[in-house]
Ligand binder design. Structure first.
Ligand SMILES: [Zn+2]
Ligand SMILES: [Zn+2]
Length: 357
């Protein structure tokens, strides 16, 4: 049995929830500031931390009920009394940092409505739905974060463009037309790059869409259990080594870009890359987000608001009628414009002869 923790209100004893820099009491509305000093991440040489979650039985610190928790649950609500609870880390390694929520639900909702309102081609009733929408839930998802260097040996080709003139014969003689050709040279080389603050979500149930939210890990605070009070939080279920594989994928684009720059010339072909990662260091942090969803015509549309920056990401339906109307009016505009240009004598539209009969 895992004993959970609650943070009681000093005035009335009801549990407090963390909301945007404050611990708030739902019951008596008492507010206590929770000011955590912002800091920067201290990285340590890579060590493999494995997930270890054994006991699914949680004991509620408010009502004493026991209940089965979802795997890797770190913080949530008691299903019986709805008290916010925080469980101690079962993995045996608590992530040292967190990005605190910089928005509360109200502000996140305002961001969401503004974003939905500005959507192009969204059905009107879908937009209208968000005017009354009120349900956003705060989540904390764990992530590993890395600093490392990579030495990449590559082989490839450098393309140098040159111009060749080609004669085109017509019934009035010929014209010389310039054409771009490329000469290719075999190349090989090494680039050496350093990366830092590359993070990868370390809880496998993190929604794919939410993984695309961009965070600024330069603004963290030391982890404090109170930050989890009133949010749904999870521990990592992905080892630091697995997380590092994901982080390698994050920098692949930047690596290929550096190789292209190194190859130079006008065009580049990369044939092979051998990557050697070294000086790998890691740390861990919790990332804040709001999660909501709407059901529209039998389909669930999830959406997420970044708890740090307010960035909104989501799936949305398209109104095919609106798109059709836009396409039709654009076509009508082009036809009218062509007709006008021809009428004014700027262009001459020639129809193939057989189309005229
Ligand atoms: Zn209170
Ligand atoms: Zn309870």
């Amino acid at each position: 049995m895992i004993e959970t923790k609650r943070f009681p209100c000093p005035s009335c004893g009801a549990p407090l929830r963390f909301r945007k820099g404050q611990m708030r009491c739902d019951y008596c509305q008492r507010v206590e500031p929770l000011a955590l000093p912002s800091t920067s991440i201290t990285y340590r040489p890579l060590q493999n931390h494995l997930p270890n979650w054994e006991d699914p039985n949680f004991l509620c610190a408010s009502c004493g009920a026991s209940f089965q928790a979802k795997p890797f649950l770190h913080a949530g609500e008691c299903p019986y009394c709805q008290s916010p609870l925080v469980a101690p880390s079962q993995n045996g390694y608590e992530l040292p940092y967190a990005i605190p929520f910089a928005l509360d639900e109200g502000e996140a909702l305002a961001r969401l409505r503004r974003r939905i309102g500005s959507l192009w081609f969204a059905p009107n009733d879908f937009k209208r739905f968000f005017k009354q929408y009120k349900k956003l839930r705060p989540f904390y998802y764990p992530a590993w974060i890395y600093r490392f260097r990579v030495r990449a040996s590559y082989t490839g080709q450098r393309g140098i463009d040159y111009v060749e003139y080609r004669r085109i014969y017509t019934n009035r003689g010929y014209r010389e037309v310039p054409e771009i050709r490329t000469r290719w040279y075999l190349v090989h080389g090494v680039v050496d790059l350093g990366f830092e603050d590359i993070y990868a979500f370390s809880y496998t149930q993190t929604p794919m869409l939410a993984r695309r939210l961009l965070y600024r890990p330069q603004e963290v605070v030391p982890f404090d259990e109170r930050l989890l009070a009133g949010q749904e939080g999870y521990e990592f279920d992905t080892s630091t080594k697995q997380g590092f594989t994901a982080a390698q994928g994050v920098v692949e684009g930047a690596l290929r870009q550096a190789i292209r720059r190194d190859i130079g010339g006008d065009r580049q072909i990369i044939s092979s890359i051998q990557r050697h990662f070294y000086d790998v260091e890691y740390s861990g942090l919790y990332l804040p987000l709001f999660w909501g969803s709407v059901e529209y015509r039998g389909k669930i549309y999830p959406f997420f608001v970044n708890g740090q920056t307010g960035e909104v990401i989501g799936e949305r339906p398209y109104s095919w009628l609106k798109i059709l109307l836009a396409v039709a009016s654009t076509l009508a505009f082009i036809v009218a414009l062509l007709w006008l240009l021809e009428y004014l004598g700027y262009i001459e539209i020639e129809m193939p002869a057989h189309l005229l009969y």
